[in-house]
Design a protein around this ligand. Structure first.
Ligand SMILES: Cc1cc2nc3c(=O)[nH]c(=O)nc-3n(C[C@H](O)[C@H](O)[C@H](O)COP(=O)(O)OP(=O)(O)OC[C@H]3O[C@@H](n4cnc5c(N)ncnc54)[C@H](O)[C@@H]3O)c2cc1C
Ligand code: SF4
Length: 539
């Protein structure tokens, strides 16, 4: 580690999302209760805690109640109880209200901005003695004798060509007895760690959706604080999994978003444009007219559920929260499970450090917890949609009401990058032009995410083989990255009469979709210089 600053902690946690912060808080609670010395640090790639957090979000407070039972008196930003649920099937021009599936009942839950909840959790963690380093991405792992011995943060001040600038500072080596990876869905280091330790052997591949979200301030007359609506159907065709969420927060704010399963088949499909088109449905347009869009962002979410949970612990560390999975897809919730997994990992880590117990007691604790039971019960619902929406809805009803989640079989997943059909086999989709009032283009959207990257740095989106986008993806799939990226990062431009694949890395909102969906798995998302990326507020 010559030339690098080194720091030592008992525990280093990568990612200050709900999982990372819950683990940090639980560790320090235990240390204070048992009067043990225990140093805990959290590294976060966003410019501040919460800057990269994007969620719906309806929060089920079960894990929070266990972590901080007095969260109300501690000033947690959970101010809007969910008061009213609605589930609709949209058709072109019309809609039908369906009975709300039991998993989607939200009484007792809260409509929140998860980025603000994380800001609050971060402050609480610091008050307990946790050190949080925001603007420091974990770029590499320290492996010693086959054990994860910590992480290395990204270098600062390297130019596009890889040369050191005058501002150059090498990344810091943060060594720890235990490293907890809490990077969220498709964590860049977590994926490498999973490969290194073979953690995905014996489980299904992880599968994903892309969630695209806008925050609106709407006409007070149309705002119904506490109201929760989900839709399925239009504008997606019957073979594509997805749907929308509309959550009425406080202050006349509406969180509106659209999720598309990344197992979609038609390479002409554009999730961003599907979301824009969704807003033109009369039922939705009515709500938005007269309102103002104030923020935009996108993030992938896990959809693999129970059967995609990898081995969770390994020599020197563990995977917690959405780095491992744990999303309850029928509930559209993963925060409570992410937090609970983190708390269990923290308890196992504390027992490991203080009583020399094996770290893999985290896995047995998880198997005995409500997380396992909850995810096991709904495990067949998402893969039941493989045959299309109607088949999926009927299967979900049978699984929920008749089998009650106790079917003696488990349906399996295939990786999302394998699902695209050839462009020539699929009908191109013509999307209406954005009107600038209800529907928008990508560039004005990215502007509202306050995304910023130092321009003179190596591209953080790496191509294993730079020729494949034009040589293979373009003729076979019309280069789908141009459409699945919600930030306009990928373009095919004409240069001297020939197509060239252009990467506008500075626009990247860190959703991770390209890393998941590229049909040849040729795009590798790596961490950019610290602090780069979106600066979400209220998301
Ligand atoms: C559109 C959408 C809607 C959703 N709606 C809901 C909902 O209504 N209710 C619900 O309960 N759940 C919902 N979820 C799921 C929920 O947001 C996640 O389950 C939850 O955020 C997972 O928490 P986490 O801490 O594991 O990961 P994240 O919240 O993703 O946090 C990970 C953190 O790690 C940081 N990080 C990542 N890599 C690095 C690195 N290498 N170095 C340093 N820092 C790093 C990130 O910047 C981020 O701050 C939704 C998700 C999406 C995308
Ligand atoms: S480049 Fe990749 S990670 Fe970045 S916004 Fe586009 S799809 Fe998401």
């Amino acid at each position: 580690m010559a030339g690098r600053e080194e720091m030592d902690f008992d525990v280093v946690i990568v990612g200050a999302g709900p999982a990372g912060l819950s683990a940090a808080i639980r560790l320090r609670q235990l240390a204070l209760a048992m009067q043990r010395e225990l140093s805990v640090c959290v590294v976060e790639k966003g410019s501040e805690v919460g800057a990269h957090i994007l969620s719906g979000a309806v929060l089920e407070p079960r894990a929070l109640n266990e972590l901080l039972p007095d969260w109300k008196t501690l000033g947690a930003p959970l101010d809007v109880p969910a008061a009213h649920d609605e589930f609709r099937m949209l058709f072109k021009g019309g809609s039908l209200r369906f009975p709300t599936p039991p998993q989607m009942h939200n009484r007792g839950n809260y409509i929140v901005s998860l980025s603000n909840v994380c800001r609050w959790l971060g402050k609480h963690a610091e008050s307990l003695g946790v050190q949080i380093f925001a603007g420091f991405p974990a770029a590499d792992m320290i492996i010693e004798n086959g054990r994860l011995a910590g992480i290395i943060t990204g270098d600062f001040g390297v130019d596009k060509k890889g040369e050191k600038k005058s501002s150059y500072q090498p990344g810091i080596a943060i060594r720890a007895k235990v490293t907890l990876l809490a990077e969220g869905c498709r964590g860049s280091l977590s994926e490498r760690v999973m490969r290194f330790f073979g953690l995905r052997e014996g489980c299904d591949p992880q599968t994903y959706g892309i969630g695209i979200k806008e925050l609106w301030e709407i006409d007070p007359k149309k705002h119904k604080q506490g109201s929760v609506m989900h839709t399925v159907g239009w504008p997606l065709d019957g073979s594509t999994y997805g749907g929308s969420f509309l959550y009425h927060l406080g202050n006349n704010q509406l969180s509106i978003g659209f999720v598309v399963g990344l197992d979609y088949e038609n390479p002409w499909l554009d999730p961003f444009m599907e979301f824009q088109r969704f807003k033109t449905h009369p039922h939705i347009r009515r709500l938005l007219e007269g309102g103002k869009r104030i923020c935009y962002g996108a993030r992938a979410l896990n959809e693999g559920g129970f059967q995609s949970i990898p081995k969770l612990s390994f020599s020197g560390g563990a995977l917690i929260g959405a780095s491992a999975g744990f999303m309850n897809v029928p509930k559209v919730k993963g925060t409570h499970t992410a937090m609970k997994s983190a708390m269990l990992a923290a308890e196992a880590t504390f027992a490991h450090l203080t009583e020399n117990r094996p770290l893999d007691s985290y896995e047995s604790r998880l198997k005995e917890s409500w997380v396992y039971e909850e995810l096991s019960r709904v495990r067949n619902i998402r893969p039941g949609f493989k045959g299309g929406m109607w088949q999926g809805l009927v299967h979900a009803a049978i699984d929920t009401y008749i089998l009650r989640g106790r079917a003696p079989w488990t349906l399996h997943h295939t990786p999302d990058y394998k699902s695209l059909k050839e462009a020539s086999e699929c009908a191109p989709i013509v999307y209406p032009r954005p009107d600038g009032k209800i529907t928008f283009d990508r560039m004005s959207s990215v502007y509202l995410s306050a995304t910023n990257h130092e321009e003179n740095q190596p591209a953080h989106l790496r191509l294993k083989d730079p020729s494949l986008a034009v040589a293979y993806n373009l003729p076979h799939y019309g280069e789908p990255a141009q459409r699945y990226c919600p930030a306009g990062v990928y373009e095919i431009v004409q240069e001297n009469g020939r197509p060239r694949f252009q990467i506008n890395a500075q626009n990247c909102v860190h959703c991770k979709t390209c890393d998941i969906k590229d049909p040849l798995q040729n795009i590798v998302w790596t961490t950019p210089e610290g602090g780069g990326g979106p600066n979400y507020s209220g998301m």
